[in-house]
Design a protein around this ligand. Sequence first.
Ligand code: AHR
Length: 480
Amino acid sequence: QGPCDIYAAGGTPCVAAHSTTRALYGAYTGPLYQVRRASDNTTRDIAPLAAGGVANAATQDTFCAGTTCLITVIYDQSGRNNRLTQAPPGGFQGPAAGGYDNLANATAAPITVGGHKAYGVYVAPGTGYRNNNATGTATGDQPEGMYAILDGTHYNGGCCFDYGNAERNSRDNGNGTMEAIYFGNSKTWGYGAGNGPWIMADLENGLFSGVNQRYNANDPSISHRFLTAIVKGGPNRWAIRGGNAQSGGVSTFYDGVRPNVAGYNPMKKEGAIILGIGGDNSIGARGTFYEGVMTSGYPSDATENAVQANITAAGYATSSAGTGLTPGTSVSLRATTPGYTDRYVHHTGSTVDSVVVGSGSSATEKGNASWTVRTGLGSGSCVSFESKNVPGQYLRHQNYRMYLQANDGSALFAQDATFCPEAGRNGQGVSLRSLNFADRYVRHYDNVVYIAANGGSNTFDNANAYSDDVSWLVSSPWAS
Ligand code: AHR
């Protein structure tokens, strides 16, 4: 059984079912998504390993070996052909040719599902998918349900990382002309408790966290590494729900009447489908999508709870599991760049550098290259590194450079000192993604350590040797 079998049994069948990670029906064997490689511009469909199973990521790895691949199509498993492809220009132009949005890099969001490798859809700002000709989706005030599994640690405040129902002409057609799941920490429109990120509903000209236009206390900040986000809407009733896609149930953050703002009751849904962008093709947002569906009819909470049970049973996990970054243990982080594999992440006072450490190094040197892994100060799903020699001081970035500093207890310090482990970009060890600058990874460059973006504007963002420089072997600590 897949999520869409559960929705169908509940009388609210899927009319769109998108996933690059797994089949969403127990019997589905068709293609999940298509990739295109740069070397010769040919494409390849990626299907599940078995009926109802996880994506065959090895097909992608083989096809994309030695080149780069983009995700060109996210197929619709519902049988309606409501597939998602490169979003066209609308109210805003995308950065690609003809004003289209960018396509996602096919290897940028590696994970495992049930122990099998799979890839999500990594949306950097400028990336977007859309289908303006979808059929069977809710229009007008018709009821619908949606859920998506997202990376709760990858977001920003730009407009708008959305998945769901939007305008068919990619333009802002007024209040109520869209109804999509939003995830991020935008406070331009509505927001909830804490500093975000929040699950909200993008209803056009407004991200809504509840009945009020701006603040609703019951919509919590939520940032599970794998996040289940739910929005559903029907005649003068809608709801926001969410939870941890790895365990437990979903909670209801709003369930009630339409917002107390003109234009949203009745709704004027148009039935197009968007991913990663706003209804008017706003392209300021980032996020990661693994799977999501849209239904016909307003799903019951019980149906959604059963879907959440199916999701947690699927076994989403980060592919860094087993890399040895277990909170409470001590490690050293060794470079993997050819010619530099005797170097380790080390601190000299507050400066964080990459230094050659060996058995002949002094005890101080060894201690300065040893770290106690801590549960992430800014996210329980990620990690922080506390100095072995100077307990209480942590690796943190400031102006994209890494420093060793005492934890001042601030929210900013917690964010700056938190890194989310992923499989090493060059296939070795681990890459450490900055929690609050999700396109940046811990990198050594000219013997100094930064958080660097591949091909960004700083010298240390140099694309040359990037994947080697951001991949670290987790080794036994020089000082234990
Ligand atoms: O509702 C928020 C955003 O406002 C929509 O996504 C976009 O179409 C408009 O800019």
